[in-house]
Design a protein around this ligand. Structure first.
Ligand code: FMN
Length: 387
């Protein structure tokens, strides 16, 4: 079933799809407790659980290299499943949820991106989304044999690739001539063409000035981390809205998605104790690898965590990549989402599960009735499964 875009102000929740043995906690202990990441049965079960729970979409991050040997030892990024391949399995197991996959503009030709995307969009009946990432890791560039571009050049390259991919999608099976600074295409790409017209939904993570320009001019969603200082979240939401207006777009047509952790317990004390436990089993060297990747490559991350003590930040990034983690009973967490929405204007959240067994994910469903009573959430089956 195709997924229209609606801007109704209601909260929507996505799930950061587990793509490695321990995705959101850099910890061997958590990695060993999780279901086997390479067993497709676990992905199919999780996919059905997500849909039954009432989450709106899932999101596959991706990377081609490991951040550090310690990360690999902790099961963080080694092995890491390739987003578009495993997304196809999730699509096959579901009917309504959106499935967003990361595809790097620096490493894949626009023709390949257009073809992978069109096929996933058709396979899903119009539920696929593309998370554009420019490709910012030096080790990845070296692996592909490319020069590592400077930050804003990567975005230029990404923007041009996006224009070319959109041109291929719009052309259908008609030939195009595209001559950019980095990209040259000539001819027609065979079908299928995407179900979503004129193009599938597009995300871009990173709200640095260059990232913001790309989001506001060409994307449907920006994506950043929710941090404890909510004024930074409010500011990012406002910057996206203002920039969209500068590009002549309706402010509601571009949203900012916030990644956020949630730990639900029988009581606040129980949830806090669980969160403390996750923090206590973090492998610090693996977290350092993750922190160094983000701090070296992302102006967004540098801005979010400016002025914080590096060692404390490493510990924070070991759990939920430094995002805020909401804690409490299902009702208390729902109340915190209501407050967060009021204070920041953010209405779309990407949940970062600490573990990924289906019971943990189904547990998110317990907060949804509270949000519904508060008038900020409607089951997607009632409002229509929309982006
Ligand atoms: C929340 C978030 C998620 C990201 N996910 C990925 C990813 O899956 N793969 C990747 O290569 N880069 C990822 N990145 C890196 C961005 O694509 C981008 O290269 C980086 O943030 C630099 O841009 P910035 O300076 O605008 O933040 C992510 C960044 C953020 C902020």
């Amino acid at each position: 079933m195709s997924k229209p875009r609606r801007h109704d102000g209601q909260l929507r929740f996505g799930l950061m799809w587990p793509n490695t043995q321990s995705h959101n906690v850099t910890s061997r202990v958590v990695a060993d407790a999780n279901p086997d990441i390479l067993d497709v049965a676990n992905h199919l079960e999780l996919a059905r659980t997500v849909e039954e729970t009432g989450l709106d979409y899932v999101f596959f991050a991706d990377s081609y290299t490991v951040n550090s040997p310690a990360s690999a030892a902790a099961g963080h990024g080694e092995p890491r499943i390739f987003a578009p391949i495993w997304a196809a399995a999730v699509i096959g197991a579901t009917k309504h949820i959106g499935v967003v996959t990361t595809l790097h503009t620096r490493y894949l030709s626009p023709v390949l991106i257009a073809r992978i995307g069109a096929n996933l969009d058709v396979l899903s009946g119009g539920r696929w989304g593309w998370n554009i990432v420019p490709g910012s890791k030096a080790a990845e560039s070296a692996l592909f044999g490319f020069d590592n571009l400077e930050h804003d050049r990567r975005y230029e390259y990404g923007a041009e690739t996006l224009t070319a991919v959109k041109a291929l999608w719009r052309a259908g099976r008609e030939p195009i001539e595209f001559t950019g600074e980095h990209v040259r295409l000539s001819g027609a790409l065979c079908g299928p063409t995407p179900v979503q017209r004129p193009n599938p939904v597009i995300f871009n993570p990173g709200v640095s000035p260059a990232g913001l320009d790309l989001i506001a001019s060409e994307c449907d969603f920006g994506f950043s981390a929710v941090v404890d200082d909510w004024s930074k979240v409010r500011s990012a939401v406002d910057r996206v809205t203002a920039k969209a207006a500068e590009f002549g777009r309706a402010p509601s047509s571009v949203g900012l998605v916030g990644s956020i952790g949630v730990v639900i317990g029988q009581s606040m004390a129980d949830a806090e104790e669980r969160l403390e436990w996750f923090r206590s089993v973090v492998d610090i060297e693996a977290a350092r690898g993750f922190a160094n990747f983000f701090l070296a490559n992302s102006k967004t991350y540098r801005g979010l965590f400016e002025g914080q003590d590096y060692e404390q930040l490493v510990r924070r990034i070991g759990v939920g990549a430094g995002s805020t983690v909401l804690c409490g009973t299902a009702e208390e967490v729902a109340e915190q989402f209501v407050e967060l929405n009021k204070a920041t204007g953010m209405s779309n959240f990407l949940l970062l599960p600490m573990t990924f067994d289906s019971a943990e994910i189904a547990g998110y469903g317990r907060m949804l009735p509270h949000l519904q009573r508060a008038g900020v959430w409607t089951p997607p089956s009632q409002r229509g499964w929309s982006w």
